[in-house]
Design a protein around this ligand. Structure first.
Ligand SMILES: [Zn+2]
Length: 449
């Protein structure tokens, strides 16, 4: 096996707003990166794993970047994972604004170019490696769905709800095994994955930050050396918030140190992966969108929203966001008047494996943690790693139990006429219909069969 790794700084310049929620940017508490790990086996099968501290991107821009990587670098197997810090930016309809300034367009183009450049650099550095996989227990967040007495799910820490209570680590070492501090192999790259929204940085600060994932990378490098490319990949974080939520930069740093220490612990007990043939399969499917109520039923809450917020006096919403919201539902009214329905949800998954020793499942979209726990339960691999938010996202994909709650389903799973759900702001206007879980399980199972 050969590998190469590289990174680029993509921190948005001062003045280019942080986008979730939209706020000023007076500088960076810590920088944002795009990082690549390229793996290539003896037969020439090549995989590029890209991890970035940006909040996300929709499928369209992810497709364009993957096409560029295929055309310019000849690599078809590409995983673009977004760490999702809310103190960053994104592009292409996910974490950007409808009206983009020339400066924002230029920054987004630079970030897209960096995805290609970082893989090109890693490809140029390919060298023989050995690989190990490990895991350690750690938790930097809580399940964020709590059910009220009236049945409605609201967002708050739920210590009883499911989380992914570990970090998965892939250690890629130079095959010539130069010792570091006389104790360890000298790693070329450390890829680690954990599932939690990076939302510990408060939304009151005007500083760009990669939140706890950035701090975890710093901790790993402190221990293993500045040359090591340490990469955080986001897992199935859809229903998990970092803790304590929107508190301080110091708390984000502390959570990062905790996660970084768990990565170092996982390395201590990591097992060598001797299988050396990469098997990579990608599949795509569609999930039906939960059926919409008639416009008459949706009209009422939309009219109420307009009456409440059209004056632009909301402390939380900027006028352009309010205008965007109203335009979104004007479009839906017109669509329903034409007798049309919103499109189904796109779902993509990739399974990468090394024999039955190690498997990586990468999902698109913001997946509930149950989809990661399921992989761990049923995947035919000894060591597992699971990504969410890979190769594009439209919104949240809940498990069937949450989708079955209908209008009570809360921010990640609720449906119209409840306007409080994130998914109603997507082009689908509603979350996937109940049954999504089976469609996703069938897709992934077919890929590792
Ligand atoms: Zn999110």
């Amino acid at each position: 096996m050969k590998a190469g790794a590289a990174e680029r700084d993509v921190t948005p310049p001062v003045g280019l707003e942080i986008t979730h929620p939209v706020r000023a940017n007076v500088g960076a508490h810590d920088p944002l990166f795009v990082k690549a790990l390229v793996l290539q086996d003896d037969s020439g099968t090549t995989l590029a794993i890209v991890c970035t501290d940006l909040i996300g991107t929709d499928f369209g821009p992810a497709d364009e970047i993957r096409k560029r990587i295929a055309d310019e670098l000849g690599i078809e197997n590409v995983l673009l994972n977004f760490a999702h810090p809310h103190s960053s930016r994104g592009f292409g309809g996910y974490g950007d604004l409808p009206e983009e300034s020339a400066e924002a367009v230029a920054w987004a183009q630079g970030a897209r170019d960096a995805f290609v450049a970082v893989i090109a650099e890693a490809l140029g550095k390919l060298a023989p490696v050995t690989i190990k996989a490990g895991r350690a227990a750690v938790q930097v967040g809580f399940n964020r769905r709590v059910t009220a007495e009236n049945g409605y799910v609201y967002m708050d820490d739920n210590p009883d709800g499911p989380v992914v209570p570990w970090v998965n680590v892939l250690e890629v070492d130079n095959a010539d095994g130069k010792p570091l501090d006389g104790a360890r192999d000298k790693p070329l790259a450390i890829l680690f994955e954990h599932a939690a929204h990076p939302v510990i940085v408060p939304n009151g600060t005007a500083l760009v930050s990669a939140d706890f994932p950035g701090a975890a990378v710093v901790r790993v490098r402190e221990a293993l050396g500045p040359d090591v490319i340490a990469m955080f990949a986001q897992g199935c974080q859809g229903n998990i918030n970092g803790h304590p939520l929107r508190s301080t930069h110091e708390n984000a740093d502390a959570a990062g140190v905790k996660l970084g220490d768990a990565v170092l612990q996982a390395i201590e007990s990591a097992e060598p992966i001797t299988a050396d043939t990469l098997r990579i399969r990608t599949g795509r499917t569609e999930m039906p969108t939960c059926e919409l109520p008639p416009w008459d039923v949706i009209r009422q809450p939309v009219e109420k929203f307009k009456a409440d917020f059209v004056a632009g006096d909301s402390p939380y919403w900027r006028q352009e966001e309010i205008d965007n919201f109203i335009a979104h539902f004007d479009k839906l009214e017109a669509m329903l008047a034409r007798g049309e329905s919103p499109p189904p949800w796109r779902m993509e998954a990739t399974v990468v494996s090394l024999g039955d020793q190690w498997g990586l499942v990468a999902y698109s979209n913001e997946m509930f943690c149950q989809y990661e726990l399921w992989v761990d339960e049923v995947a035919p691999f000894k060591h597992n790693m699971t990504f969410g938010l890979t190769n594009g996202a439209t919104g949240y994909v809940a498990d069937d139990a949450a989708l079955a709650l209908g209008t009570n389903g809360g921010y990640e799973a609720g449906c119209l006429p409840n306007l409080g759900s994130c998914d109603v702001m997507t082009r689908h206007y509603n979350p996937p219909a109940v049954g999504a879980e089976k469609i996703i399980h069938d897709l992934v199972t077919s890929l590792w069969a």
